[in-house]
Design a protein around this ligand. Structure first.
Ligand code: AMP
Ligand code: GLY
Length: 424
């Protein structure tokens, strides 16, 4: 089978890496890809949003399956366009992807389905938003409605800060179109957990639970980012918790979307806050997490292609998904200036000599080839995943890998997975 992966970050490198292990995959293509993906797949410089060009490419090259990594192309309707051309594609339609593309839509649906989540209200005008804030306590959370790459969320510590954030989004257009509507949400205190699941709109199969590290700096300080590291399986996601999330969150949302005539096929991602022992939804995403994928896929025992085909062919009930024992820790190496203004073009050293070990994996995220060598080309530059029998071993392996890489201004967290090490 010829498989095309759309995207060019660490998540897409992990997808390519995993699919390359499938005996049925005969050729891998990626658009646009990155410098690391280029060693495993034929890369083509077509952006995810250039849906017409991607469709034509898939038709010309007779691609048997297209797998969409990021949310942008999903929200722009890539799946609908490919289906019209009878091209098999893994991912939700534009109408189902709205669960991620609009937080107001998502909150409204959760309320109707009685899915546990924080109380919230959406606003397009500033005055009512400010009045609402007068009646809520801080901390409180202000979110841009649309897609903002994990950066459209402000956790305001005071009412004043909350009002400033709401004004910046609604009047100052701090997040452009994504912020013309804001959701104001009660603050939830607890530990975060990510549970992603494969679904064909009927059957829902959760993956092993993961935990992301959203803040830039050690000890969860500094600005929010797309994610600075992840580990799996997260100990707080016990089998009982995963089962409860499946029954009370994932199956209801998938069922609800089907009932609305927006059946969801692909990976549904539940970003959760464990409040005392109760899981509550922070957000849904319509795709796999980045960097959670880089910690989860190395532990997948089943051939990923078989799972993806089970979804695309609507027979996921016939697929059994199995996992390796052991744990994975993924550390993100980010560019200087990330998340606000990452510096591109810095030459990266230490990229040679990584063998094909399944226990230390180097995934490229934002890298590109330049005449002087491989260089930084995005905010998150590389992801290093260590796999071991426990968190101690996996972390040690991952950080051994980190020490092999250098580039000017490299930023990374030293505490990825340390919470799991504490046994909670
Ligand atoms: P989101 O994009 O909605 O997942 O928000 C990004 C991050 O902001 C989350 O991963 C949390 O760390 C934090 N966050 C979002 N909503 C809340 C909330 N209601 N209470 C506390 N933290 C939140
Ligand atoms: N790591 C968070 C996300 O993929 O949305």
């Amino acid at each position: 089978m010829k498989v095309l992966i759309v995207g060019g970050g660490g998540r897409e490198h992990a997808l390519v890496w995993k699919l390359a292990q499938s005996p049925r995959v005969t050729a891998l293509f990626c658009a646009p890809g990155n410098a690391g993906i280029a060693s495993m797949a034929e890369c083509h410089p077509i952006a995810g949003e250039e849906i017409g060009r991607l469709r034509d490419f898939a038709l010309e090259r007779r691609i048997d399956l297209t797998v969409v990594g990021p949310e942008g192309p999903l929200a722009a309707g890539i799946v609908d366009e490919f289906r019209k051309a009878r091209l098999p594609i893994f991912g939700p339609s534009q109408s189902a992807a709205r669960i991620e593309a609009s937080k107001a839509f998502s909150k409204d649906l959760m309320a109707r389905l009685r899915i546990p989540t924080a109380e919230a209200k959406a606003f397009t005008e500033l005055e009512p938003a400010l009045t609402y804030l007068d009646h809520r306590d801080a901390p409180i959370v202000i979110k841009a409605d649309g897609l903002a790459q994990g950066k459209g969320v402000v956790i305001a510590r005071s009412r004043l800060e909350a009002k400033e954030a709401a004004s910046a989004m609604l009047q100052g257009k701090a997040f452009g179109e994504a912020g013309t509507r804001v959701v104001i949400e009660d603050y939830l205190d607890g530990e975060e957990l990510t549970i992603m699941a494969f679904t064909d709109g009927k059957t829902v199969i959760p993956m092993i639970p993961a935990q992301d590290h959203k803040q830039l700096e050690d000890g969860d300080r500094g600005p929010n980012t797309g994610g600075m590291g992840a580990y799996a399986p997260a100990p707080i996601g016990t089998p009982a918790v995963v089962d409860r999330v499946r029954r009370t969150i994932l199956e209801p949302i998938v069922g609800g979307l089907s009932q609305m005539g927006r059946p969801f096929h692909g990976v549904i991602y539940a970003g959760l806050m464990m409040v005392n022992d109760d899981p509550k939804v922070l957000e849904f995403n319509a795709r796999m997490g980045d960097p959670e994928t880089q910690a989860v896929l190395p532990l997948l025992k089943t051939d990923l292609l078989e799972v993806l085909l089970g979804v695309v062919e609507h027979r996921l009930d016939q697929v059994s998904v199995e996992w390796h024992s052991g744990v994975a820790v993924c550390v993100v190496l980010a560019a200087e200036g990330y998340p606000s203004a990452p510096v591109k073009g810095r030459i990266i050293r230490g990229l040679d000599g990584w063998d094909d070990s399944p226990s230390l994996i180097l995934f490229h995220a934002g890298t590109g080839k330049t005449p002087s060598g491989t260089a930084t080309a995005g905010g998150r530059v590389l992801d290093i995943t260590g796999v071991g029998k426990d968190f101690h071993a996996a972390r040690e392996r991952a950080y051994d890998g980190v020490r092999r890489i250098t580039f000017e201004g490299m930023q990374y967290r030293r505490d990825i997975g340390s919470r799991a090490l504490l046994g909670r």
